[in-house]
Design a protein around this ligand. Structure first.
Ligand SMILES: C[S@@+](CC[C@H](N)C(=O)[O-])C[C@H]1O[C@@H](n2cnc3c(N)ncnc32)[C@H](O)[C@@H]1O
Length: 257
């Protein structure tokens, strides 16, 4: 497929409401979908998605990746989500877009699936993971809690042994620590797409916004008022990728290196 053929048709903005039981932020999901599509097609000779498919941590309502599957012939995705409401909605979305032969979503913890035989046969994971930093999980949607610094799940993902990760990294969830851990695990940043976003309903919650203000003041990331940056990066252990764009990525996330 030609990487220029990246016209993912995404849903219009939802206005970023809080909806019970599933993640709803059309702008963020659109950036994730567009980035996954471009990085998969651009790096098709490095990432074996055409022969193996990919796994997804946290499919949400599947509005993002179902459109990518529809747009990219030959792409298969096996998603997991721990939220029953999300999984029910994801299955509706997938059936509605007619891609249920290539996109399945199961209810459960991604890391349990990763230890299963199917997980062992998969080398590529895509994820817009939970990344809300907060002192505890008592937030608007507890499934979005990413631990104290917001990067707990991506740190677990880095240790799970996959060869390629296409993962969203927000500027306020200690991305410098995340990329340092990625380097220690043998990953290089092949490339990334970054976009500025306003705090959504989940990061605007006072308990979360105050925590983000403290973390960023202490040097664990960046936010400018209610603005932050998210990058979707391809982290890979493939030896044919020689260039490591970690420094460029940190600068795109507004961190000085
Ligand atoms: C930020 S949302 C992303 C949803 C969707 N991929 C998107 O971008 O629109 C993160 C999702 O991860 C799910 N999740 C959280 N922890 C998980 C885990 N351990 N295993 C699988 N899914 C998880 C949440 O329920 C939530 O739906």
């Amino acid at each position: 497929m030609d990487p220029r053929d990246t016209a993912v048709l995404l849903p219009s903005s939802s206005g970023n409401h809080v909806v019970d039981g599933f993640f709803d932020c059309a702008e963020e999901s659109a950036h994730y979908a567009f980035s996954v599509q471009l990085l998969l097609t651009q790096y098709a000779t490095v990432v074996p998605w055409q022969t193996e498919g990919v796994a997804e941590l946290g499919s949400g309502d599947a509005q993002a990746i179902a459109r990518v599957v529809r747009a990219v012939p030959g792409l298969t995705v096996h998603g997991t989500d721990i939220s029953p409401t999300s999984v029910a909605r994801a299955r509706q979305t997938i059936a509605g877009l007619g891609v249920d032969d290539r996109y399945t979503v199961e209810l459960g913890d991604f890391f349990s699936w990763a230890e299963s035989p199917a997980g062992g046969r998969t080398s590529t994971v895509i994820a817009n993971p939970p990344y809300i930093p907060a002192p505890d999980a008592d937030i608007l949607m507890p499934e979005l809690w990413g631990g104290w610094y917001g990067n707990d799940l991506v740190l677990r993902l880095l240790k799970a042994g996959f060869e390629h990760l296409l993962v969203a990294l927000p500027s306020y969830s200690d991305p410098a620590a995340t990329l340092a851990a990625a380097g220690e695990q043998g990953y290089r940043v092949a490339n990334f797409l970054a976009m500025g976003l306003e705090f959504g309903a989940y990061s605007r919650e006072p308990k979360v916004a105050d925590h983000i203000a403290r973390l960023t003041a202490d040097g664990h990331g960046w936010a400018g008022g209610d603005s932050y940056v998210v990058a979707v990066a391809l982290l890979t252990r493939a030896t044919e990728v020689r260039r490591d764009r970690s420094t460029e990525l940190l600068r795109a996330l507004q961190l000085t290196v």
